[in-house]
Design a protein around this ligand. Sequence first.
Ligand code: NAP
Length: 462
Amino acid sequence: MRRIVLFGYRGTGKTAIGTILARGLNVPFLDTDTLIEQESGRTIPDIFRDDGEERFRALERDVIATLPARDIVIGTGGGVVMDPVNMEHLRAASVCVLLTSDLATIGRRLARAPRPPLTNLPQNEEIAQVITSRRRQYAASADFCVDTSRTSTKEAADRILSLLEKGVVPAPERAAAFRWFAAGPLPAPEHARLEALLTGPDRDVQTRFLGVAGFPCSHSKSPLLFNRLFKRYDLNYHYTRFEDPSIRTIMQVAHDIDAKGLSVTIPFKKDVMACLDEIDEAAQQIGAVNTVVFSCGIARGYNTDWLGIQKPLAGHKGDRAVLLGAGGVAAAAAYALTDLDMEVTILNRTPQKAQELAEHSGCRWKSWDAFSGINPDLVVNATSIGMQPDTGNPLRDDQLKKEMTVFDLVYTPPVTPLIAAARKAGCTTITGTEVFIHQAREQFRLFFGIDVPDTAIREILA
Ligand code: NAP
């Protein structure tokens, strides 16, 4: 049996439901708060009062790192989800169930059994504020969600037992989804894998799915990367390709197989927004979503491209930037660069699009041939010039100065003609592979709450 880990805000029933569940499975129940009290010889209110929340979190981390690996039900404190190291320990070889309740129910339960306050706010405001601030992490913690607002603890435990035994998706939906995947351009090994996972007699009902949504997306490196990461972190997930001309069809299939999330690529980054329940603020500003997380019946959209562009610029000096291009990834780059307070000028083959993006993102724009008059510290290529099979270069050799940092977002080939020319000119260079690595790292954190070291991603992609 995999471990069962219960996540959720205080007052959602983790301890009471976990106790019944453990009895039903005939395994021990361990509550991390109780373990902290036993290890420290003090009550949690005393630890909070005398040493503060930080000390409590350190004790909690120590307890979580030493939990047994098998045959056990674990109840966790409401804030464990905020620490990626906790998530790495708790998610390994576990089925993770997120318990939720509406705010009024939590308020009523906490009024009966008070806990140390986490803020200076009145209780009801605190509940709403803390749940909102942890929303992303709670979504990442969930393999399954159970709403405990209107159920008894016994009913909630029975629901979890049923999920463990039968999974979420009935056989006809799984078979229909497999037929859809099989009708697409699947390589033979992936066809066999999906057949076994969706319809095979020995399939594990708890295996969940994620994938890249695009048309086409057979070139994507995400399946290789994510499936290797699932092995590394012992996650019962499979990452595949959702390839179809319609994003609505893809979203329907993802819904039918209770997918955990999607990485969204060309040509759906804008169109997918109309299919979502909630969109993160940065993604709204950029006008594109490249990550969808499904959790508790809600589809939330995020954009991790801009973080993938911003992270490799840590330590970059000089604030005058030229952004070449005005398409989808250029919008993420404009957001990333203006967020770093850079003075950004957009140049694009079609000047009207440069003007539109500049007005939307608070940048300047000029005609393509104005490059040499700008003398930028940083050049970001967000056009598709130089992307295989194209061998073009958006800049001439004489436009490259050794003081410049040249960042090419194109990553096929790994060393583009622009990067090769910039290296020859003595410029500092950043390749598009860096963007892929960092945006994937952020996606993994949104899907599972785990922070993968970028070295691990580099090793897999090498
Ligand atoms: P897009 O929305 O189609 O935009 C393409 C941009 O390239 C437009 O500004 C277009 O100018 C310009 N362009 C295309 N051909 C050109 C040419 N021959 N001369 C001058 N300009 C040209 O595409 P996108 O999604 O932004 O992607 C752009 C590139 O970024 C692609 O190569 C993609 O692979 C890469 N990318 C990399 C990552 C990563 O992780 N490293 C992530 C996303 C994208 P017009 O407006 O005039 O058409």
